[in-house]
Design a protein around this ligand. Structure first.
Ligand code: UTP
Length: 404
């Protein structure tokens, strides 16, 4: 688009302030700005509201419990191993987050969780993967979603570590799509005079970004049917777990979620339950106190917390999901241009827009809640100290026999 067309395009959307510094820019910068504007999804900021969405009628979900899994372990595992041996499952690592709570400058996966030796979170997760590939003798595809901010460092790190011994042609990086940030009146921020302020569009962007990157052709070419999506946080993450795969397939579900029993009613995890009769994940801040604290036979009624480890059937992702996820609004301190200067506010001054992977579950129709032992599979690294921190993750790794 040239200047005139861009101006009229922006005027129609009430965003013409983005051209405020246009006359001050070099020819190259002008091109960059017009290109940024052309690639900005302005529809994301239509109807934004900070209030959490109204939820429907909530009821508890029945999970395949840890006891059920023990009983049917061999049956589930053999189906899962068969799927993996035929290459029907691939993994997607969500590593596009900013990890602001941890306060580590680089990509979270590069964080050294070791004590007497170097052990990055990425390496620990790749070690977990080896447990599965050693059973099948086949390496599944791993798609790693990064962000514009951390892509280069992540790719270089894997290269420098020789992909942790994993076959190079089975690891694919892609950069997550972005959404504009804006002020509280919905005016999109400029990050620099010639750059629109764009931030990763939330972990719900993983599938559309994968498709937009062109990498989905590998899924088609190799007849991959299922994707196991997992977060970079959890150092005890079991990836492409054959038992989980087998259970989800045998239960005829379109997706599966690994869940743990919440430690208490106030634990800050999303809860898998039914909403208006269909599986859905309710964020901890959306759950009314009365339901959150409800007990039956000494247990929380809404007790299954999600661990950000999901299986999705690709066919259903294509049919029901692409481009349809709602945006959530997060108030943040966002650096932006004011009167020709870039300012970095200390208080929230505007909104970031994010789609969330938790919303995909409701759209899938059916979801298997698969209960895992949190001591063996759930050690998230969210904070530097305290709850879900480097300290708690190290303790759990040691308990699981990992030398640090
Ligand atoms: P979190 O919700 O913990 O967000 O991400 P975060 O950005 O990593 O951390 P904070 O909130 O700033 O401390 C859960 C998972 O989703 C990924 C993260 O990398 C992590 O694996 N994620 C999050 C993305 O891939 N993209 C995003 O835009 C957001």
């Amino acid at each position: 688009m040239n200047y005139e067309r861009t101006l009229s395009y922006l005027e129609q959307r009430g965003q013409e302030h983005l051209l405020k510094y246009y006359d001050e820019l070099s020819e190259e910068e002008k091109g960059i700005l017009l290109d940024d504007i052309e690639h900005t999804n302005f529809s994301a900021i239509k109807n934004i509201t900070v209030a959490p969405a109204k939820r429907g009628k909530l009821s508890p979900i029945t999970a395949v419990s840890a006891e059920d899994i023990k009983r049917r372990y061999a049956q589930f595992e053999s189906v899962g191993l068969d799927f993996l041996s035929k290459g029907k499952v691939a993994a997607v690592l969500l590593a596009g987050g900013q990890g602001s709570r941890l306060g580590f400058a680089g990509p979270k996966g590069m964080y050294n969780i070791g004590v007497t030796r170097e052990l990055s979170i990425f390496e620990q997760q790749m070690n977990n993967i080896e447990e599965v590939t050693s059973l099948t003798g086949r390496h599944f595809h791993i798609f790693i979603m990064t962000s514009r901010q951390n892509n280069e460092q992540t790719v270089k790190f894997f290269e420098a570590k020789n992909y942790f011994g994993y076959p190079r042609d089975r690891i694919h990086f892609y950069v997550q799509d972005v959404a504009p940030t804006c002020d509280k009146d919905g005016k999109v921020f400029l990050d620099q005079k010639h750059r629109v302020s764009l931030a990763p569009n939330g972990n719900g962007g993983w599938y559309s970004s994968l498709v937009n990157s062109g990498l989905a052709r590998i899924l088609e070419r190799d007849n991959v049917e299922w994707l196991n999506v997992y977060s970079v946080d959890n150092v005890l993450q079991r990836i492409c777990d054959p038992v989980f795969i087998g259970a989800t397939v045998l239960k005829n579900c379109q997706c599966g979620a690994k869940v743990v029993k919440k430690v208490n009613a106030d634990e800050k995890v999303g809860v898998l339950c039914n909403e208006d009769g269909k599986p859905a994940i309710i964020e901890y801040y959306e759950m009314p106190d009365k339901l959150k604290n409800k007990m039956k036979k000494g247990e929380l009624v809404f007790r299954y917390g999600v661990t950000l480890n999901y299986l999705f059937q690709i066919q259903d992702l294509n049919n029901t999901l692409l481009g349809k996820l709602p945006y959530h609004v997060a108030e943040k301190a966002i650096p932006h241009m004011v009167d020709g200067e870039r300012v970095t506010p200390s208080e929230p001054c505007g909104y970031k827009l994010e789609t969330l992977v938790v919303d995909m579950v409701k759209m899938m129709g059916s979801c298997l809640a698969f209960e895992v032992d949190r001591e063996r599979e759930f050690a998230p690294v969210k904070n530097a100290v305290g709850v879900d921190s480097v300290e708690t993750a190290r303790e759990l790794l040691i308990k699981n026999g990992v030398e640090l």
